[in-house]
Design a protein around this ligand. Structure first.
Ligand SMILES: C[S@@+](CC[C@H](N)C(=O)[O-])C[C@H]1O[C@@H](n2cnc3c(N)ncnc32)[C@H](O)[C@@H]1O
Length: 251
């Protein structure tokens, strides 16, 4: 997959892309990520990419011409052009999985007061928001999208299937994880995880994932197809039982 990030501030984006998983994935050719300076597509001696907005109100807005020129230069057949925009549809794991099936993403990072509306009206296929808050620019959102999408590409994470149990993949949050030491400041790792009993561990993880989701993000359960067993567990939580009591009653 190829991902192009078009920005007025390439220096904000490049260092992140060179580090850790993304850096390794790029070096191994698993994903081709390019950072393009919007100013390179702006005309005139000063390569100005922003201007005052009509109607007053103060603040600068990105001009349409450089963004249209950038997309024209970068577009490949099948490319999906995305504007990062707080007014766009909300980015979720489901959207990340959808984008990971594309061959080429062109991500346009806005700045200042935003972007000339003709860009969202006539140039882009999609506008994406990373959440209900306003950042100073689209660079961090573009990195968020790039990271979440790239780690879903085959080979990027190394261990195959590592994303399956993760939060949101199954509609639930991921259950708690522990590593050594077995005891830390008096807190012990749950005995079941040390038991070697894979069926019991799998059940413990499922109960914990369900419990965590029910307690902190109950709205996720509405869009998750729960099995009748999981539905019964939720009813037990609602009656006040804890995962520990449920686990104890099973043995
Ligand atoms: C300061 S913001 C503009 C906000 C705009 N005036 C508004 O109220 O919707 C500048 C740029 O940052 C990016 N941005 C800010 N917050 C974002 C978010 N939550 N999701 C995606 N992009 C965001 C967009 O590219 C936006 O054009």
């Amino acid at each position: 997959m190829r991902i192009d990030i078009v920005t007025l501030f390439p220096g904000m984006v490049e260092p992140v892309l060179g580090a850790s998983m993304l850096g390794r994935a790029r070096a191994r050719g698993l994903v081709d990520i390019r950072v393009l300076d919007l100013r390179d597509y702006a005309k005139g001696k000063h390569r100005i990419a922003d201007d005052y907005q009509f109607g007053g109100g103060g603040g600068m807005v990105l001009k349409p011409e450089p963004l249209f020129a950038a997309v024209e230069a970068l577009r490949t057949p099948g490319a999906r052009v995305i504007l990062l925009d707080p007014r766009g549809r909300t980015f979720t794991q489901k959207v990340a999985a959808e984008l990971a099936r594309e061959t080429h993403l062109i991500l346009l990072a806005g700045r200042y007061e935003g972007v000339d509306a003709r860009v969202s009206e006539r140039l882009v296929d999609d506008s994406i928001s990373i959440g209900d808050y306003v950042l100073t620019g689209g660079e961090l959102p573009a990195l968020v999208v790039t990271d979440a999408v790239a780690r879903l590409l085959p080979g990027v994470l190394g261990a195959e299937g590592a994303t399956e149990r993760e939060s949101f993949a199954s509609g639930l949050l991921e259950p708690p994880q522990y590593t050594r030491p077995e005891e830390f400041q008096g807190a012990r790792v749950p005995a079941v995880l040390l038991s070697g009993d894979h069926a019991r561990i799998a059940r413990w993880r499922r109960v914990q994932a369900l419990w965590l989701t029910w307690r902190t993000r109950p709205e996720l359960l509405k869009s998750t197809g729960l099995t009748s067993d999981e539905q019964r567990l939720v009813e037990r939580f609602e009656r006040g039982e804890t995962p520990e009591q449920i686990d104890a009653s099973a043995h």
